[in-house]
Design a protein around this ligand. Structure first.
Ligand SMILES: [Zn+2]
Length: 166
């Protein structure tokens, strides 16, 4: 039997102050982005459904309003990949008295990777059936050798931007 780590639902992730604050911010440079998709899993074993919004604030408000009611959710970007939240760590002070900083990626929960489209930690896994790929009719990704985001079906090698340099 293959044991799969269960994915932490968004309502629990939102209890983390760094992640919650980052989620509440409109992604920079995206005021004009017109495509956001909220993925919704009503029940733990239930299927994923979706609802699309024109702007991030609309998608966020809908998510926040329904967060406690559903098992899990994601605000998914249909336009581009996003990096996880970063925190600024003070590294010292210059001779002129200015503070210097470096940026540190937010620590992902154990066993989770990062889906840059769903903008949240997910547990990537192999699928022989996936609601997204079945829907769009591209079964070649369901080859048992490609780990996918359980929410949006994104390939780990593409959507997990934390595994890339930059
Ligand atoms: Zn995803």
């Amino acid at each position: 039997m293959l044991l799969r780590m269960s994915q932490i639902p968004l309502k629990k992730l939102m209890k983390d102050p760094i992640f919650r604050k980052w989620m509440a911010q409109v992604p920079s440079g995206f005021l004009g982005q017109t495509r956001w998709r909220v993925w919704v899993k009503r029940k733990k074993k239930g299927p994923w459904g979706k609802i699309d919004f024109a702007t991030y604030p609309e998608a966020y408000r809908w998510m926040a309003k329904n967060l406690s009611e559903y098992h899990d959710m994601a605000i998914h970007s249909l336009a581009r990949l996003h990096r996880p939240p970063r925190t600024r760590v003070k590294t010292g002070t210059t001779a002129q008295g200015l503070d210097t900083y470096r940026y540190k990626d937010w620590q992902l929960p154990a066993g989770h990777g990062w889906c840059g489209l769903c903008r949240r930690p997910v547990v990537f896994a192999y699928f022989s059936k996936h609601h997204f790929w079945t829907h769009v009719g591209k079964p070649w990704v369901l080859d048992g050798a490609t780990r996918l985001c359980p929410i949006c079906g994104g390939r780990e090698s593409f959507v997990d931007v934390t595994r890339r340099k930059s």
